[in-house]
Design a protein around this ligand. Sequence first.
Ligand SMILES: [Zn+2]
Length: 401
Amino acid sequence: MDKAANGFKVSAKGQHFKRRVLGYFATVGRATIPDISKNLTISVPKVTALVGELMAEGLVRDNGKVDSTGGRKPSLYGLVSDSAFFVGVDVKQSHINLGLSDLRNQLVRVAERVPYHLDNTAESLESLCGTIEAFLKESAVSREKILGIGINLSGRINFATGYSYSFFHFDDQPLAETIESRVGIRVFLENDSRAMAYGEYCSGVVGTEKDVLFLNLDYGVGVGILINGKPYYGKSGYAGELGHVPIFDNELLCRCGKKGCLETEASGWALTRMFREKLREGSSSVLSQQFPDPEDVGMDDIIQAARNDDVLAIELIARIGENLGRGIAFLINVFNPELVVLGGSLAVTEDYIRLPVKTALNKYSLSLVNNDTQLKMSTLGEQAGLIGACLLVRNRLLSLM
Ligand SMILES: [Zn+2]
């Protein structure tokens, strides 16, 4: 069996025309056969046959005749929303967000902050598969109707081959295939920052802007790059590793094994390290009573403390923002983007992070270039990744990107 088919001929190889017709419906809503023929430059008899096949597969329905004066009235066809679904899985350090969207791109089910521990072990991979299985079961949608699962992971992901190199790279088989054989649905891996950027681009804060940088501010720091509205991958999909740009002259060892990376001074890891140091030095914080051992304090605790007006947390987030601004200034000078979006876990601190970033951008980037760039906060927040993952799978399978 073609694993891509999954009961639906539309996702099988060699179904290019059918996917284009489906993609057209997804873009315009309803359409007549002459409309489709004209816009896709496919002959009327061929479109008629394709629409007939899509109706037989239950993906498209006849919505009745068009209101027109005189002549034979053509039928209007449209998608059957609940005929096909897509799953998005956004894997974070300490939780997973999952979403199920339908053919018309409406989120029909979301499970947020499902507890999880991302670790580079077989147990952690097993737990990820179990979480996906449980979500599929609870969704009560038959598996044949789910055309694909998009999974976001941090680090080096080769989308085309399905390999993940930063997590779960245990054997010769691509990770996408390993998970696919477990759940029985086609799996697409994606870098988390890129998927979040795409979600924000299609249904979040991005308006008409086409050249956009999305900063994923989490324990690590990644950037999703959109050039002329298309996600930028680089040769193998490793583009966007902003966290490992060596811009600090320090002796701090980064997770990647190198020294002086942006992440050592401008990330959730850095924030956690700085906060613990301050607690050990005797600084006071609402967290000092809550955590007798400073080593137990995590990034989420610090973010929450800042939102509750904890001065130490606010001061250190400002320092992270200032350091981060140096990295973003570098990107602005290189890319001349229309829009920079701050997203990811740290973005929920809003102005506490945005204002120091803004100040640093004014200080470190070329003013003429900086004047072209707007700085905005993510509007999808925690859901950016799962929405982006659903959209990437859907738009790929419908030939919309
Ligand atoms: Zn590094």
